[in-house]
Design a protein around this ligand. Structure first.
Ligand code: ATP
Ligand code: MG
Ligand code: MG
Length: 552
């Protein structure tokens, strides 16, 4: 594949290759914390890390950054594996856990103490925060900062042995309390947490902080280019400081802009809030921006990868329009999805001059974009359903659908003329429509000379399958649900993000479609068979509508 120009990450790698910095190797990692399901932002990071390694014939590790036992679980680990695989990436046997390095990390901390570069602080978290100062006001040094190496070693070991309570002691790097970079003002390296870890159980009473664990995990794995999001730019001096002080292999951290999408939220903490508060049905609710939610909704791996390719990598944060994501799935499904006839909101049409009890099978094209998808036959008979929206009692001139006295073509079938209809006078509902068909107007052999303006989709009444269709709209009704810090983002949830069509109908050809199969309902959109769908209870999720070319 050809690329227009090199992005800044590729430029850096080329530069490193020229200077021989990493022996022409490229080794990246994708380092999720297993504290939630992956979302579309993670997909960007996955595509970037695996993509860049692929381009340079390098490798990518999957590393679970599991240093905070309070929020992590094996359920999340399993979900992450599944999602990365589903996106089409393979980490072979290079699966690692930061918790595998707890012994190494402990030893590194001891080394720093021995060098006089780390100390045990007795101050509380609050006191430490208070004494940190502000970017313009230097911090106050801890009264425990000048403890002897021997005392620090002894105290750190006691921390490890569980002899102190949570928060009673903390291990800090000894750097510079007046650094203009707040992250360099004696950052915490290890804290006491007397909780079980999903992998190491109760073996540890202390856990390393992200900044300490991450650079050293990268180093231990021989990562060359550690790609992370922009907010870590200010952590980079600390990343470098730790590796320099310990004189270990030194990967380089490179920051890129995170993906933000409008009309949704993308922090795992907020997504968890939606799950736990039952605002959605789970992490894989099709309205969620999670990979599993998008999969359930009918997004394809290709559509997500193409989307990530299109947005590219930048050094400045921006907000991507969710319409671009929808465009990318539409484009992909247009090529791949078979077409079927489906009616979301059916009303019966009786073709009064069609012989009772008779049916015929009409040929229909499965996918006009893909000849190899072939043809199928769909049943037609005296009673059919069309969508209620396709009929008006008193239509305006430009309504090219059905109305009293009007003609339309039924796709793949005949031209019909509307003669009459039955209306429930109480509710105003149209209950039945009566039409005649023109026998000489059959698709492909039309000699009728009638030129109707519109073509409708339809299903044959007696053979159609009854289905439930979940129709999704944006999860939030404002572009930036978290912009107003005074307000709870959940106030902006779109109450109409899910509407259910309970009486929808589809042609019988999809009877055995497996969950996860996506089809296009002609004129309507793309619909994916839901995970919970069964033979007796067919459920479809609307992935995305077609671009509406009908409402002009
Ligand atoms: P969140 O705020 O959603 O919890 P996180 O960064 O804490 O995100 P991690 O599990 O630590 O989640 O992320 C794993 C990797 O994915 C990191 O390298 C992170 O930078 C990257 N990542 C997370 N969110 C995004 C995003 N929106 N765009 C691009 N990359 C992201
Ligand atoms: Mg993180
Ligand atoms: Mg996080």
């Amino acid at each position: 594949k050809k690329k227009k120009s090199l992005n800044f990450i590729e430029q850096r790698i080329n530069h490193d290759n020229k200077t021989g910095r990493y022996d022409n190797k490229v080794h990246t990692r994708f380092p999720p914390e297993p504290n939630g399901y992956l979302h579309i932002g993670h997909a960007k990071s996955i595509c970037l890390n695996f993509g860049v390694a692929e381009d340079y014939k390098g490798k990518t590790n999957l590393r679970f950054d599991d240093t905070n036992p309070l929020k992590e679980s094996t359920e999340y680990v399993d979900a992450i594996r599944e999602d990365v695989k589903w996106l089409g990436f393979d980490w072979d046997d290079r699966e690692f856990f930061a918790s595998d390095y707890f012994d190494n990390l402990y030893d590194y901390a001891v080394q720093l103490i021995k060098k006089g570069k780390a100390y045990v602080d007795d101050q509380s978290v609050e006191e430490i925060a208070e004494n940190r100062g502000t970017p313009t006001v230097p911090g106050k040094e801890s009264p425990y900062r000048n403890r002897s190496v021997e005392e620090n070693l002894k105290l750190f070991e006691k921390m490890k042995n569980g002899e102190f309570k949570d928060g009673e002691k903390i291990l800090r790097a000894k750097i510079d309390m007046s650094s203009p970079n707040m992250h360099m003002r004696d950052p915490a390296l290890y804290r006491i947490r007397k909780v079980d870890h999903h992998r190491t159980g109760d073996q540890w009473s202390i856990y390393p902080m992200y900044d300490f664990a991450h650079c050293l995990s990268d180093s231990l794995e021989g990562i060359t280019h550690s790609l992370c999001t922009l907010e870590f730019e200010v952590h980079r001096p600390l990343y470098d400081w730790i590796l320099d002080e310990l004189e270990v292999f030194h990967p380089q951290q490179i920051e890129f802009a995170r993906l933000n999408l409008n009309y949704t939220v993308m922090s795992k903490r907020k997504l968890l809030e939606l799950v736990e508060g039952n605002y959605v049905s789970g992490w894989d609710d099709p309205r969620m921006p999670t990979i599993s939610g998008m999969r359930r909704r009918g997004y394809t791996p290709d559509s997500i990868r193409n989307f990530c390719e299109t947005i590219g990598v930048a050094k400045r944060d921006g907000i991507v329009d969710i319409a671009l994501l929808e465009h990318s799935v539409r484009e992909d499904l247009n090529k791949k999805a078979n077409r079927v006839m489906g009616v979301l909101n059916p009303v019966k049409v009786i073709i009064t001059n069609y012989p009772e009890g008779e049916t015929e099978e009409l040929p229909a094209i499965n996918n006009p974009e893909d000849e190899s998808a072939g043809k199928r036959h769909i049943p037609f008979g005296r009673e059919i359903y069309i969508d209620k929206a396709d009929f008006m009692e008193d239509p305006p001139r430009k309504f090219f659908r059905l109305g009293p006295g009007r003609n339309v073509r039924l796709k793949y079938a005949y031209i019909i003329t509307c003669d009459d209809y039955k209306k429930n006078e109480e509710t105003g509902e149209i209950e039945e429509i009566y039409c005649t068909y023109h026998k000489d107007s059959k698709s492909g052999e039309d000699t009728s000379g009638i030129k109707p303006k519109g073509t409708l989709s339809w299903v044959h009444a007696t053979s159609a399958l009854a289905i439930t269709v979940n129709m999704y709209d944006r999860l939030f009704n404002v572009e930036a649900p978290t912009a107003d810090k005074e307000k709870d983002f959940k106030e902006f949830l779109n109450p109409e993000s899910l509407t259910v069509a309970k009486n929808a109908k589809v042609e019988p050809s999809v009877k055995d479609a497996e969950p996860g199969t996506t089809v296009q309902f002609e004129r309507q959109g793309y619909f994916c068979v839901d995970l919970d769908s069964t033979e007796d209870n067919l459920i479809f999720n609307r992935t995305v509508t077609l671009k509406d070319s009908w409402s002009k």
